[in-house]
Write a protein that binds this ligand. Structure first.
Ligand code: NDP
Length: 240
């Protein structure tokens, strides 16, 4: 029987590419999203992949969402924690709400989702969890103390959880993308983006599919000996 995967934030951007790459690998995919119903409907029409709406920052909603996916598609074998937001500003301008929202979504979402899928994976002795970190969690970024802290936390979360899953056949890895051509990066002012691209050794933004292929490998049967790792996919921007 086909494996079942949940991709959070799986209906657009990097998440959409991940959902499609997993589907092409024979996985039954549930693409989660937060509120953009129109994009989700369009995504399902184009790809045939089912979309499920819940907020990953909401602990109970994650429990319910995973139960709904299991009812409709089967027990969850793989989780890709991809949902993420930015609320940028220097510490002088960053409000408590901007801090909380990013921490609760980007890092809290990983915990909420892992709590919901881990027991079933452990019982079935097989699981794949891939967390999407960021180059800015590795290196820090001006104006992003909230985002960099959450993403940096993801890398620690990955290493710790991988130790807990190892004996149960559950691998836990992270991917740290560099700058990828999505809506999130489209929100960066053009002059700032030009300076960012100038610092990328390969001389361009990454494509969502280039992250998705890495995720597809980490979710495959072949990747059973890879755990606790962070794969940096960033055009050579930082050599970690
Ligand atoms: P996008 O902004 O293009 O898409 C974000 C997705 O996450 C959407 O599907 C959105 O749903 C969903 N989402 C947001 N908040 C929630 C929530 N609370 N609950 C459930 N789903 C939610 O992002 P990208 O594709 O650019 O980024 C994907 C991931 O990659 C993020 O974690 C990001 O931090 C990371 N990343 C991106 C980089 C880049 O250059 N783009 C670089 C490094 C890391 P909806 O459509 O309903 O809003």
């Amino acid at each position: 029987m086909a494996r079942v995967a949940i991709v959070t934030g799986g209906t657009r951007g990097i998440g959409e590419a991940i959902s499609v790459a997993l589907r092409d690998q024979g996985v039954t995919v549930a693409a989660n999203y937060a509120g953009n119903d129109e994009r989700a409907r369009d995504f399902t029409e184009r790809t045939g992949i089912a979309a499920f709406k819940w907020n990953v920052a909401d602990y109970d909603a994650c429990q319910d969402g995973v139960a709904r996916v299991a009812d409709e598609l089967g027990p969850v074998d793989a989780l890709v924690n991809n949902a993420g937001i930015t609320r940028d500003g220097t510490i002088m301008k960053l409000s408590y709400e901007m801090w909380r929202e990013v921490i609760d979504t980007n890092l809290g979402g990983c915990f909420n989702m892992a709590k919901a899928v881990f027991p079933g994976m452990r019982d079935r002795k097989w699981g794949r969890i891939v967390n999407i970190g960021s180059i800015n969690g590795q290196a820090g970024q001006y104006g992003q103390v909230n985002y960099a802290a959450a993403k940096s936390g993801i890398h620690g979360f990955t290493k710790a959880l991988s130790q807990e899953g190892a004996r149960a056949g559950i691998t836990v890895n992270a991917i740290a993308p560099g700058y990828i051509d999505t809506d999130m990066v489209a929100a960066v002012p053009a002059d700032v983006l030009e300076k960012i691209v100038a610092k990328i050794p390969v001389g361009r933004l990454g494509q969502a599919q280039e992250i998705a292929r890495g995720v597809a490998f980490l979710c495959s049967e072949d990747a059973g000996f890879v755990t606790g790792s962070t794969l940096s996919i960033n055009g050579g921007q930082h050599m970690y």
